[in-house]
Design a protein. Structure first.
Length: 375
């Protein structure tokens, strides 16, 4: 009966894929030590920014010789800094299978207008043929396609002896999926994803190979101040020690710090991955039994454990009806598929989401689907 609603509601109805749910137990009181009303360039402000960088290295298990910087404009800003600062010395392979990856393809080909750029793409739900990549070229790819729910299963496709740089948009995989930094020269993410942080800030991680490129190569195009990572042919070291390019929100920085401390309290990277894996398993097990929902990612090994994307049997407007029904019931917010993706649902299963809330949501999905179809 469609009128018989499930008895249990998710305790937290926030299943958005960004900004994502806050970690369990979060409250504004957690930000009481924020360095507000003070300059971010003060010794206190710089120390807090440096703490955020140090905790990132510890929790994300970033190698000691990699540089970590907090940069403007979320993951988008971090990716653009890498593209504008590093590309142009070698040909570049742009690898994409969802909307944000397609965006980087467009920027490189239409804005930077690199002549030696080629694209290797696949439709939603699939990975491209990664064997097509030429690693004598620079390579730009997204580890986890946030809008398709398709990820690379591991870094095995990247050779250790590559000649070019690998530039990886990791915004919805960092802190939730196993990423081999030895195979990655640039890693970018925003802390609003797996850690549920606030927006507007990005993180840029550089390998020694990426630093060497920055210090030996000058792009042919003018470089906006907000993208500049070098001065006088040398890396601006302060960026990677807490001296940000622009003024950061110290409230957002504090929120990131307390999120990282929460991550440490649950077992660090291993604990974060386990939580995301458990959440995604609940949703995938439910899909296997539902009879009407399928994972958009066709190959199980490539299925995301964070941004899980679903397609539904029935009319094209059924997903939108489900979104409205569940929002009206205050059971699930912001779970519609991304605007460029196939019609469906996108449910965030990252580490800040409680598994019992995903379990409760599956019963409401059954109810809403039946109601949307007049059953």
């Amino acid at each position: 009966m469609t009128d018989q609603k499930p008895a249990v509601r998710p305790a937290c109805a926030n299943f958005s894929s960004g900004p994502c749910a806050k970690f369990p137990g979060w409250s504004p009181e957690k930000l009481k030590d924020a360095v507000v009303g003070r300059s971010h360039r003060s010794s206190l402000g710089k120390a807090r920014l440096k703490k955020a960088i140090d905790l990132t290295r510890e929790v994300l298990e970033v190698p000691a010789d990699y540089k970590i910087g907090i940069v403007p404009a979320s993951d988008t800003g971090a990716v653009e800094m890498a593209l504008w600062s590093l590309l142009g010395q070698r040909p570049v392979d742009m690898v994409a299978w969802e909307s944000f990856g397609d965006g980087w393809v467009s920027d490189v080909m239409k804005q930077l207008k690199l002549k030696d750029a080629r694209k290797i793409t696949a439709p939603y739900g699939e990975l491209p043929d990664l064997s097509q990549i030429d690693f004598s070229h620079d390579v730009v790819f997204t580890w986890n396609g946030t809008t398709s729910g398709v990820r690379v299963p591991d870094a095995g496709f990247i050779p250790a002896n590559r000649e070019g740089l690998t530039i990886c948009d990791a915004t919805s995989s960092a802190f939730a999926q196993e990423m081999d930094f030895a195979k990655l020269d640039v890693v970018t993410f925003s802390w609003q994803k797996v850690l549920g942080g606030e927006g507007a800030h990005g993180v840029l991680i550089l390998s020694p190979r990426a630093v060497a490129r920055l210090e030996s190569y000058t792009p042919a195009w003018p470089m906006p101040k907000i993208f500049r990572l070098t001065s006088g042919g040398k890396l601006i070291a302060g960026i990677f020690e807490g001296e940000t390019i622009n003024t950061p929100s110290m409230l957002c920085v504090e929120d990131y710090v307390v999120s990282l401390e929460w991550a440490k309290s649950i077992g660090g990277l291993k604990g974060l991955r386990a939580r995301a894996d458990a959440n995604a398993k609940v949703l995938n097990d439910w899909m296997d039994k539902s009879g009407f929902a399928k994972n958009l990612a066709k190959v199980p090994a490539t299925r995301s454990n964070t941004s899980v994307c679903l397609t539904l049997a029935g009319a094209e407007d059924v997903p939108k009806q489900i979104v409205k029904l569940l929002e009206a019931e205050k059971v699930a917010f912001d779970i519609g598929a991304y605007r460029d993706a196939p019609p469906g649902l996108r449910i965030w299963c990252g580490a800040t989401v409680e598994t019992r809330d995903v379990e409760a949501l599956t019963h409401w999905l059954d109810w809403a689907y039946a109601k949307a179809n007049g059953e």
